[in-house]
Design a protein around this ligand. Sequence first.
Ligand code: GLN
Length: 484
Amino acid sequence: MHNKTISELALGLRVGDFTSVELTRSYLDRVSKFNNELNSYITVCEESALQSAEIADRRIRAGEAEPLLGIPIAHKDIFCTEGVKTSCGSKMLDNFIAPYDAHVVSLFNQSGAVMLGKTNMDEFAMGSSNENSYYGPVHNPWKLEAVPGGSSGGSASAVAAGLCVAATGTDTGGSIRQPAAFCGITGLKPTYGRVSRYGMIAFASSLDQGGPMTRTAEDAAAMLQVMAGFDPRDSTSADQPVPDYMAGLGNDLSGLRIGVPKEYLGGGLDADIEASIQLALAEYTRMGAELVEISLPNAQLGVPTYYVVAPAECSSNLSRFDGVRYGYRCSDPKDLEDLYKRSRGEGFGPEVKRRIMIGTYALSAGYYDAYYLKAQKIRHLISDDFREAFKKVDVIMGPTAPSTAFGIGEKSDDPVTMYLSDIYTIAVNLAGLPGMSIPVKPVGGMPVGLQLIGNYFEEAKLLNVAHRLQQETGWHSATPAGFE
Ligand code: GLN
């Protein structure tokens, strides 16, 4: 059952091949069997999952047929879940039981999806390898000594190993797409504003966006259908109609213009990965698409720009964790200042502290113009590059990450090398565009991701383009040995 997609399982539930309680039980059994070696979940909600499954079974018996009714999913531990620990991968929130649901979580609850638990992640979503979690590193099911990518590494490894059908993730600079690439699954970062950030713990508010992590593009369409839409509680939520994402799947690709940025191929890209990407592009031309060389001249400024903007926003967002209102509080504080200093000093891990310090520095009066203002200007240039490109092409394609999953510990002492693993994904967040990663031909037995970038609110187009490749090739259906 655990190799099936959302639509296959939904059919099985409807025709009575199995119940949601049976399905949920079988996933919970897999979680208890494999979570020790993978560390994908921080919290498993066995009792409440079985209760929601029972309710779903009653609704199914009554003839209801919503696409996610009775389907077991998991949420990244950055989404607030009422009555359930919401740690954000941090010691700071290890004792935090959220008093309300994130908007996305309530939408999934209403859809009848069953929440199996909360997945592991880099602390406050800062990282590319899931090694920055207070709860220890997550392992990649394709090779246990390798990282799953980050920061949504728990969700990616859980989906890849069949410890849930689908999961939510968040992507500030690549955290849905890069772990999707490393674990051989499908990941979609929607247009900024498409999915509400209400109740999603903030890292860098102008970049953060939640999205689905699934086995297929079709499943991503089903998940996005639930997640997308206007939410007045998020002031940056887009008041735009939500199309029927399933309806466009299977559309013909003839005449599709695919932009291939010359800056994304060659250069620092591993030659084997480039070959995999070229193979996928050839598959698209066989389906009638046309390749157009484009240029994103400012793309190489994405990483340095991001590492000013994201830390600046994080230094402000994380100031709320002060030991006073909620979260970790140091023992026996001498006075207020000691309470602040020690609660934050003991509650945050090293990468979070590094970001807070960089951000505070970049925002300080003497340096604001030199760093933050300059970064905002470059952000515009990066968006303009995409705007120009989308005058000529329908989608942009390239690699998701410069390498396959690297070893645990391999880059943890070198933050700059770690930051470079998001070199192809970060510009998309700076511009606020939708991006996807789907599996293509593996290299050395490890998954490789093809990145698809669309124009604003063109998720339906991306999903269709991804779905067509998945219908033509079997690349997305490979599963890691040992987790069959
Ligand atoms: N790896 C990037 C960072 O550490 C992106 C993280 C993310 O998308 N949440 O900031």
